[in-house]
Write a protein that binds this ligand. Structure first.
Ligand SMILES: *[C@@H]1O[C@H](CO)[C@@H](O)[C@H](O)[C@H]1NC(C)=O
Ligand SMILES: *[C@@H]1O[C@H](CO)[C@@H](O)[C@H](O)[C@H]1NC(C)=O
Length: 415
């Protein structure tokens, strides 16, 4: 059979309607000035925008902005890589969080947080220290706040061993560390509530219930603010008990106290107010120019079959799937309230270089019932109770600091 001599495309080409082609060409020509104009305007926007570096950032780096990659939304994936640190190269791991030591199944360390649209870089201690060089950072909050500081301390110790520059108080509540070659100070400032709270006593004995002033802050930490460059605030677990709420020095109700014939509030109400009071105070603080505030959202506990002193435990050995955690409960409501309060204060113009950021760990940690110390057999901590509030080290609490590094990196580019 003879080959068809005509090349496959020749027939349509021969029949090409030249008029139609010319019309298309004319249209394209008439669009050209518009294309040039739009390009020119885009260029102007890029050059004269208040922060041209952000455009560069968006293309060259992970960004926690919603459009590019939300670092706080993702899942846990298997990762058998090396631990960031261990007891041998971090002497400051508190015994109560040293889970490898007490025979907890170590499967929980082999997971990595994977944001939906990007990868979260591993913690880079040098990069972190370069950002905070010459600065002071304070973790303000309860023992979960201190837990994050302890994780950061271990992560940074891999580059430089800090000097302990504060006398130890009996309960380890105020600590200060100095990284000499970066002139960086890291500290914890203890506060149960962020706001002012005093324990109710009856006949000289503490009742375990507190009087909370929703519109007054705990001055033990606020008085140090003018001296600080980065403050990581959080609030949470101390609100989940019987507490009396005051506004304007007037008793307005309480949490968990239906028997007292007072208005019953949920912890979320009080925590939202505490965040609002805190953020407003920092926003208006005259001696806090350039202060960067990071609000770490609620860290969930994972007691099963009971609570802290009711025989509850947390012995799961795998992370939960997203479909297994509830986004209708108190924890998520609380997180939403915190995120909203930060949005409110950061909505307006930046004031005196102050930045307000969210470190939104709630979702990631809701999926980690496997990473609490639980029961430490034979140790002094908790004496037979399960700890399902704090987090093992190393473990997913190190992810908080990986996330924080990204947040600080973005913030550093804005200043
Ligand atoms: C406090 O002490 C007084 C006097 O000793 C006593 O009458 C009262 O019952 C005590 N209250 C409580 C709640 O223990
Ligand atoms: C967790 O502890 C409970 C109660 O002791 C036990 O019934 C259950 O089998 C344990 N689960 C795992 C995974 O070890």
């Amino acid at each position: 059979m003879a080959k068809d001599p005509s090349p496959p495309h020749s027939p349509p080409f021969q029949n090409l309607n030249l008029d139609a082609f010319n019309i298309h060409l004319k249209r394209a020509k008439s669009l050209l000035p518009w294309i040039l104009l739009v390009s020119f305007i885009s260029l102007l926007v890029l050059i004269y925008s208040p922060n041209p570096r952000r455009f560069w950032l968006a293309s060259s780096d992970v960004k926690s902005g919603e459009n590019v990659c939300n670092l706080f939304d993702g899942r846990w994936v298997r990762d058998y890589g090396r631990n960031a640190y261990g007891r041998k190269n971090c002497r400051t791991i508190p015994e109560s969080k040293d889970c490898a030591r007490y025979g907890k199944d170590q499967g929980f360390v082999h997971w990595r947080w994977k944001p939906r649209r990007c990868d979260l870089p591993r913690f880079d201690a040098k990069k972190f220290l370069r950002i905070v060089r010459g600065k002071r950072m304070a973790f303000v909050g309860d023992s979960v706040s201190r837990n994050q500081m302890e994780s950061l301390l271990c992560l940074l110790t891999q580059v430089e061993t800090p000097i302990d520059i504060q006398e130890k108080d009996s309960e380890d509540r105020f600590r200060t560390w100095y990284f000499r070659s970066y002139d960086f100070i890291l500290m914890t400032l203890w506060t149960k509530f962020l706001i002012a709270g005093t324990e109710r006593t009856v006949n000289g004995t503490g009742t375990g219930a507190f009087n909370l002033h929703l519109d007054k802050l705990d001055t033990s930490w606020t008085q140090k603010l003018p001296w600080i460059n980065y403050v990581v605030i959080s609030a949470g677990h101390w609100y989940f008990r019987k507490n009396y709420l005051y506004e304007n020095n007037k008793l307005i109700g309480c949490i968990y106290c239906s028997e007292d014939k007072l208005k019953d509030f949920e912890p979320t109400y009080a925590i939202r107010k505490a965040c609002e009071t805190t953020l407003q105070y920092i926003y208006n603080c005259k001696n806090c120019d350039g202060l960067v505030t990071v609000l770490r959202t609620f860290s969930p506990a994972h007691f099963e079959n009971g609570n802290w002193n009711g025989g509850g435990y947390c012995n799961r050995t795998k992370p939960s799937k997203e479909s297994d955690v509830s986004f209708h409960g108190t924890e998520w409501k609380l997180r939403n309230a915190q995120v909203e309060e930060v949005k409110m204060v950061s909505k307006g113009k930046r004031r005196k270089g102050k930045g307000f950021r969210v470190l939104d760990v709630t979702k990631a940690m809701m999926m980690r019932p496997d990473a609490h110390p639980d029961i430490h057999w034979n140790n002094q901590w908790m004496k037979g109770y399960s700890d399902c509030v704090h987090w093992c080290m190393p473990g997913p609490i190190d992810t908080w600091n990986e996330l924080m590094l990204q947040v600080l990196k973005e913030e550093a580019l804005l200043v």
